[in-house]
Design a protein. Structure first.
Length: 223
């Protein structure tokens, strides 16, 4: 089992890391939100332990971006404040559980084990349309067996279109789900992302999967 700990307080990070290693887990750490997000998005972890209070991008923002990119990784949030608001916000954003600081290591371990026993999501990990395959957990996209590299937003848009395959998805729906942190994202930003996504998954392949529905939005045909 591979775990990622995103925590800027070195003493706390070391304490968690050492304890989990002694329990046989493979542990990586990140000391700020931005590098944590990159690691969580680009690599496969069974669980991310995410502190709310981080320099720069905070834990909520990391979680929001991670979920917007389609990652289903389990997330345990650490909150220093015993505030209900923090916990509600974390769970609303897609955290799987939370733990209030300070905590005993045994308590953290119990939460970690409980989460790891829980299936990641009811959603199938693999979505497909024609010869396009998207592994939501591994964040791996292939078409006709060819590996395709997408940006986080491109991946988020594709995952959303696939989940809603056969339905027209409006730009405002994409803004809300993929650009959650910026719900008023200008439509040209979304159009540019869809343009790049098409260049990667449709150019040189047949059939073209993403269709523009004039005046309405986009449609991915489930074939
Ligand atoms: Ca912190």
């Amino acid at each position: 089992m591979r775990l990622l700990v995103i925590e800027d307080e070195i003493k706390v990070a070391r304490f968690i890391e050492r304890g989990l290693r002694e329990e046989g887990f493979s542990v990586e750490t990140a000391a700020d939100g931005d590098s944590g997000l990159v690691k969580a998005r680009d690599d496969t972890f069974d669980l991310v332990i995410l502190d709310v209070m981080l320099p720069g991008r905070d834990g909520f923002s990391v979680l929001r971006e991670l979920r917007a990119s389609g990652a289903q990784t389990r997330v345990l949030m650490l909150t220093a404040r015993d505030g209900v608001q923090d916990r509600v916000q974390g769970l609303d954003l897609g955290a799987d559980d939370y733990l209030v600081k300070p905590f005993a290591f045994a308590e953290l371990l119990a939460r970690v084990r409980a989460l790891l026993r829980r299936p990641v999501s009811d959603e199938p990990a693999l979505l497909h349309a024609a010869d396009l395959q998207v592994d939501l957990r591994g964040r791996r996209v292939t078409r006709g067996g060819k590996l395709i590299t997408l940006s986080a937003k491109e991946f988020g848009v594709l995952a959303h279109l696939l989940r809603r395959a056969g339905n027209v998805v409006t730009r405002s729906e994409l803004a809300e789900t993929v650009w959650e942190d910026l719900p008023n994202t200008p439509s040209n930003v979304i159009e540019v992302t869809v343009y790049h996504l098409r260049e990667k998954i449709d150019r040189g392949f047949s059939p073209a999967l993403i269709q523009t529905v004039r005046g309405a939005g986009y449609l991915l045909q489930k074939s």
